[in-house]
Ligand binder design. Structure first.
Ligand code: SF4
Length: 73
């Protein structure tokens, strides 16, 4: 399955429980998970579900980047 985005999370988010929770709650397709309080990681198998809605970027401005890996036509 072709992955077409990558999500970069600023290391500063780790340890910020409120921000980790906000990210998990923001994404409509569960790309973020918080294995324990104050930690965040991406769910690789859900990355191709990303709708580019930018809700994660609004939840953590400047701390998350959704990088498009496909070529625009
Ligand atoms: S852009 Fe939307 S769908 Fe994609 S990771 Fe962010 S919140 Fe999830």
């Amino acid at each position: 399955m072709a992955m077409f985005i990558r999500v970069d999370i600023d290391p500063a988010v780790q340890g910020d429980a409120a921000l980790c929770k906000a990210l998990v709650e923001a994404c409509p397709v569960d790309i973020f998970k918080s294995p324990s309080e104050g930690t965040i990681e991406t769910v690789e198998s859900n990355l191709d579900e990303c709708t580019l809605c930018d809700l994660c970027i609004q939840a953590a401005p400047g701390k998350v980047q959704v990088v498009k890996l496909y070529r625009e036509a």
